[in-house]
Design a protein around this ligand. Structure first.
Ligand code: ATR
Length: 283
């Protein structure tokens, strides 16, 4: 064996999450629950990695027996340039959250956030239809990009987008194409008119932050409203939408579902996203 071909200990597969800070990540609890449920003798470890150590860490982890890692802030963009292969969706979104270390040491990067977003809606609002009407996305950060990509991919014909910093939504339209319609932040309430799906992809509403407050007069009670914020589960925005009669889906399911493809690739079993898992992650 040469230095370029890392050995992989065959017995206990290791995975984890790299980021900074990492102490509050719920991923170890999530994957730990699945490992236990599936009876897999593996480990999932939170690892604080500074940006200046990212390259070194990615070189070392496969050699230490890691089969892959999740990636979180601030490394989601940088890992794309370090990976040997990148899925189309990760390239389009401009960020990866899941890395697979191949037996030959090559790193494959994917983004499962959009998958998690759609899977959460399908599980918790089974009659949700992608052709029911336009979607309205509030926010234009990394999470919003994944949501927009997945909505377009699922067949939603028009995706409206608004953001405090308008240039970021213009940039998404420039990259994602003609099915995007940009609304000014001051006109965000108008964007809800006729929308069948409404998504808060900003961090507003998170514990300790201001709530997201939009004029909801134009929001139809037939719309499905969801929030990527899951602390608290019932954000002020979801509570307002529910008070108008809308179906609401909280954001925790997206976190749970985005983790499933990585677990399956690393540990060889497709895990269940169920109430037990929700409870384990919320504990
Ligand atoms: P993420 O990757 O989680 O999406 P991000 O790229 O930092 O994180 O994006 C955060 C989103 O929340 C952005 O849409 C941001 O708006 P700006 O692009 O204008 O910064 C939005 N956001 C955060 N704080 C906000 C606030 N106080 N008011 C309005 N939007 C806010």
């Amino acid at each position: 064996m040469t230095d370029d071909q890392p050995s992989r200990p065959a017995h206990v597969p290791l995975a984890g999450v790299i980021g900074m800070p990492i102490a509050h990540s719920r991923s170890p609890r999530l994957h730990g629950h699945w490992l236990q449920r599936c009876g897999i003798a593996g480990h999932y470890i939170p690892m604080p990695v500074m940006p200046e150590h990212l390259t070194e860490a990615l070189r070392a982890l496969p050699r230490l027996g890691f089969v892959g890692v999740n990636v979180t802030i601030p490394h989601k963009e940088a890992v794309l340039t370090l990976a040997d292969s990148v899925t189309d969706r990760a390239a389009l979104i401009g960020a990866a959250n899941t890395l697979i270390f191949r037996p030959d040491g090559k790193i494959h990067a994917d983004n499962t956030d959009g998958y998690g977003f759609i899977a959460n809606l399908r599980q918790n609002a089974p009659d949700w239809q992608t052709d029911a009407g336009p979607a309205a996305v509030i926010g234009a950060g990394g999470a919003a990009r994944a949501v927009v990509a997945s909505l377009l991919d699922s067949g939603v014909k028009e995706v409206r987008i608004t953001n405090r910093t308008r240039i970021r939504s213009e940039q998404i339209k420039a990259e994602f194409g003609a099915r995007l319609v940009v609304y000014d932040w001051a006109q965000a309430g108008n964007m809800l008119d006729g929308a069948a799906t409404v998504v808060n992809a900003t961090s507003l509403g998170m514990e300790g932050k201001q709530p997201l407050r939009l004029p909801l007069d134009a929001l139809s009670p037939d719309a499905l409203v969801t929030d990527l914020v899951y602390t608290p589960l019932m954000t002020p925005f979801l509570a307002d939408a529910q008070a108008r009669g809308c179906r609401v889906v909280d954001g925790l399911g997206m976190l749970l579902h985005q983790a499933a493809p990585g677990f399956e690739r690393w540990f060889g079993r497709r895990p269940e996203v169920d109430d037990d898992l929700r409870r384990a992650v919320l504990e």
